[in-house]
Design a protein around this ligand. Structure first.
Ligand code: HEM
Length: 426
């Protein structure tokens, strides 16, 4: 029997992970709260998350939180106890919405293994090493386009554009309107808790609208690639077969939604947060500038630890299990807080210091290992390395001290990042 909704008002003391107000706080305030949880109550129970994704009467499920690095790794590596089926966010969606939007990230073996296998080859590190020069070329083009301006919103100029161009090319998206609409939808979808992004829509309307836009692109591309196969991932998807059966159109569309969002939004926020971090910690920027080629890979790892673009993933317990004294019941939701694991004092020396020379750096930004470990980790690392290299060799004095942060409990984002730099002379 799942844990009934216990009569708790907050997660612990005045910390309330379920409230939207908690996620509107600064990163420093949230990090400090997670430090208290790790110390005093590392596996706490929380009431149902405040949410407009379900009708109020249906939003009845509280959740457990794993805040320790070790526990997050343990849960990630035991999918037979911590299942991904049923959803991966602390807020619940209807099963129909999960099916059309989340694809294999919200599945367990054997179907998960089959679907993940289709594109796994494309994203392997050896392929990324092959593509490194091509990705670097895209980063160079973007920095060239902005270098003479001297000021602008880094998010619009670069953060959205780089993954957008790479993703468009991987999937064979035609340039122009379809490409722009697809990337825009992929960038909006995870912003449902932010009132500014939602405007006069509810969170659910924003989410569902983005999913439908992405399904429309898939509906255009699927028949196109069936009739005219190309050298792109959509062709792989329409041709993939399991025991003689091809994927249904709706399955391909959900797969496309997952990859579009996973590839675009995460990297966008990571690169914006990186530029902000180097503005906030100029001594770290100076360290990087002393030897960009020699230090950029360490800088990428520390940026990933520091900015944790995905705050959490959720699992559902398949059986009763006790973790650090907390009695998790079969059917309970369990949230893995990567943001907390990345600051765990038992794993990282001076975890609250941004230190690009940190070594070792066993961050869990791409997950804690196990079958769902980020498929695009090598691609994300390659994009960030290319971007930081181009930015800090071409416009090294770029400063962006005042971001407009996204209010969200799933993604650690930046909506806009006004930046200034000495313009490059033509
Ligand atoms: C900095 C950028 C990125 C971060 C922080 C990130 C983080 C993550 C995390 C935390 C997971 C879940 C791990 C787990 O549940 O154990 C994940 C899964 C995934 N990521 Fe990424 N990701 C990034 C970039 C990308 C890119 C560029 C792609 C492009 C292909 C991608 C594709 C995926 C996919 C398809 C999954 C689902 C894997 C599965 O369920 O088997 N990600 N990512």
């Amino acid at each position: 029997m799942p844990t009934p909704d216990l009569p708790v008002q907050t997660t612990h003391g005045d910390i309330d992970l379920s409230s939207r107000a908690f996620w509107a706080q600064s990163m420093e305030e949230r990090d400090a709260a997670f430090a208290v949880l790790r110390r005093e109550n590392p596996v706490p129970w929380s009431r149902p998350a405040e949410s407009d994704l379900l009708p109020e009467d249906d939003n009845t499920r509280g959740f457990w939180s794993l805040t320790k690095h070790e526990d997050i790794r343990m849960a990630s590596r035991h999918p037979e106890i911590f299942s991904s089926a049923g959803g991966i966010t602390m807020e619940d969606f209807t099963p129909e919405m999960t099916e059309i939007a989340q694809s294999f990230i919200a599945m367990d073996a054997p179907r998960h293994t089959q679907l993940r296998g289709i594109t796994m080859e494309a994203f392997k590190p050896k392929n990324m090493r092959r593509l490194e020069g091509w990705i670097r070329g895209h980063a160079r083009d973007l920095v060239s386009e902005m270098a003479s301006l001297g000021e602008g919103d880094f998010v619009k100029l670069v953060s959205i554009e780089l993954p957008g161009r790479i993703f468009g090319s991987f999937f064979g998206l035609p340039p122009g309107e379809i490409h722009a609409k697809t990337i825009d939808a992929a960038q909006r979808l995870l912003s449902w808790p932010d009132p500014d992004v939602c405007g006069d829509q509810t969170g659910l309307e924003l989410f569902a609208g983005s999913v439908l836009d992405l399904h429309e692109t898939a509906a255009y591309l699927v028949p196109l690639r069936r009739d005219n196969p190309g050298d792109d991932l959509m062709t792989w998807l329409v041709q993939a077969e399991f025991e003689g059966e091809k994927m249904k159109d709706e399955e391909i569309a959900a797969f496309f939604v997952l990859l579009a969002v996973a590839a675009n939004d995460t990297t966008r926020h990571a690169s914006a947060q990186a530029i902000h971090a180097f503005s906030k910690y100029p001594e770290q920027r100076a360290l990087l500038l002393e030897d960009v080629p020699g230090r950029v890979e360490g800088a990428v790892e520390e940026v990933l630890r520091w900015v944790y673009p995905l705050l959490h993933m959720r699992r559902t317990a398949t059986r009763d299990i006790t973790v650090r004294g907390s009695e998790i019941k079969a059917g309970d939701k369990v949230v893995l807080w990567y943001c907390s694991g990345n600051r765990d004092e038992e794993v990282f020396k001076d975890p609250f210091t941004f230190d690009i020379l940190r070594s070792p750096n066993p961050h869990i930004t791409f997950g804690g290992g196990g079958p769902h470990f980020c498929l695009g980790a090598a691609l994300a690392r390659t994009m960030l390395k290319a971007l930081l290299t181009e930015v800090y060799t071409r416009i090294p004095d770029i400063r962006a001290p005042e971001p407009d942060f996204l209010v969200a409990n799933f993604i650690n984002g930046i909506k806009s990042l006004p930046a200034t730099w000495t313009p490059e002379r033509p």
